[in-house]
Design a protein around this ligand. Sequence first.
Ligand code: IMP
Ligand code: MG
Length: 182
Amino acid sequence: MSTPATPPVERVLFTEDQVHARIRETAAAIDERYSGRDLKMIGVLKGSVYFLTALTRALTIPVKIDFLAISSFSAAHGAHGLVRIAKDLDEPIEGEDVLLVEDIVDSGLTARYLLQTLAGRAPNSLGICTMLDRTSRRLVPLPIEFRCFEIPDHFVVGCGLDHKQRYRNLPYIAVLKPGVER
Ligand code: IMP
Ligand code: MG
């Protein structure tokens, strides 16, 4: 199967400049909130890597990072929203101020599972920081401390977000063409 030369993008939702401007504002808010504290940011592989990197580079406070990876089972397997940890954190989070960093919170099922799992490890505090928030599709209530953008109900790619593992490296956030199979 060949890969299309141009990404199947219908329109750009947020340009590279807009994304960076919001990331800088979000970093400033995190700087203020966590000043003098012991912040650890946890990225969910792979989607959040681009966002976490840009965000932490824009911070002025010291920060530690760690990663975890999850596998989700699709609705086709009759277990919508069921996730498990495929790669766990390298270090404990007990007593630390933890921010879970997500590329997008959609139904919220992934983030809720991760929050519940991490809460069981006795961090001092635990919050969510997401680049994109699609509240119109939320299935479970979820407190979001920091978010860059609320987005409409269109499948998007870029800045870490993929379609079948491609287009994560696009420097902007774009809506995929209709008809491109999810
Ligand atoms: P949730 O459990 O429904 O909140 O799903 C979150 C995960 O679904 C994200 O971490 C993404 O991997 C994926 N996802 C949801 N919406 C999109 C999208 O528009 N583009 C790419 N991936 C998405
Ligand atoms: Mg994905």
